[in-house]
Design a binder for this molecule. Structure first.
Ligand code: ZN
Length: 138
C-alpha cells in the first residue's frame, strides 16, 4: 500500500454535503463525477496526498443508497493506492481477505478499483485503487 488515496463518505444530498465540506476544508471540490455503473455521483476534495470522496447514491439499488438507508450518512470506505492492483489482489487473497471483484473495474477519478469485504477487514470496506495511466491493464 502506497498511501491512503481517499476516504469515501456516503451522503444523502451531494450538493448540501459539498457546501459543508467546502466550509470544512476551506476550498471547493476539484471535481464532481457520475459513475453510472455504480449508481453514484461523487465529488472530490484534495487534502495533501489524500482526498475526501463524497458519494451520493443515484438509484434505489446503489450500494450507497442502501448504506445511507441502513446506517445513515458517514464513512463508507477507505481507499489505498497501490502500484500493481493485480498482484495486491493475489497477495491479499492469499492472506485470507475476501476480494469482492474478480477483475479491477473503472472507478471515479480515473482509477482501477477493487473492494475487500468489510468482514475480512475488521468491519471496514477497503478499496484498492491504481491510476489508470500508470497501469498496463487494457
Ligand atoms: Zn472510493
Amino acid at each position: 500500500m502506497i498511501k491512503i488515496e481517499h476516504i469515501g463518505i456516503a451522503v444523502k444530498d451531494l450538493s448540501a454535503a459539498n457546501e459543508i465540506y467546502t466550509k470544512l476544508m476551506g476550498y471547493e471540490q476539484y471535481k464532481t463525477e457520475e459513475v453510472k455503473s455504480e449508481g453514484v455521483t461523487t465529488s472530490f476534495f484534495k487534502c495533501g496526498e489524500s482526498k475526501i470522496e463524497l458519494l451520493e447514491g443515484t438509484t434505489e439499488e446503489s450500494a450507497i443508497t442502501k448504506f445511507v438507508e441502513k446506517r445513515g450518512e458517514g464513512i463508507h470506505h477507505i481507499a489505498f493506492a497501490v502500484d500493481d492492483i493485480h498482484s495486491e489482489m493475489k497477495r491479499l487473497e492469499k492472506e485470507g481477505f475476501r476480494v469482492l471483484n474478480k477483475e479491477p473495474k473503472r472507478g471515479a477519478d480515473n482509477k482501477w478499483v477493487v473492494f475487500l469485504h468489510p468482514k475480512s477487514a475488521n468491519g471496514v470496506l477497503v478499496e484498492l485503487c491504481q491510476d489508470v495511466e500508470a497501469s498496463v491493464i487494457q
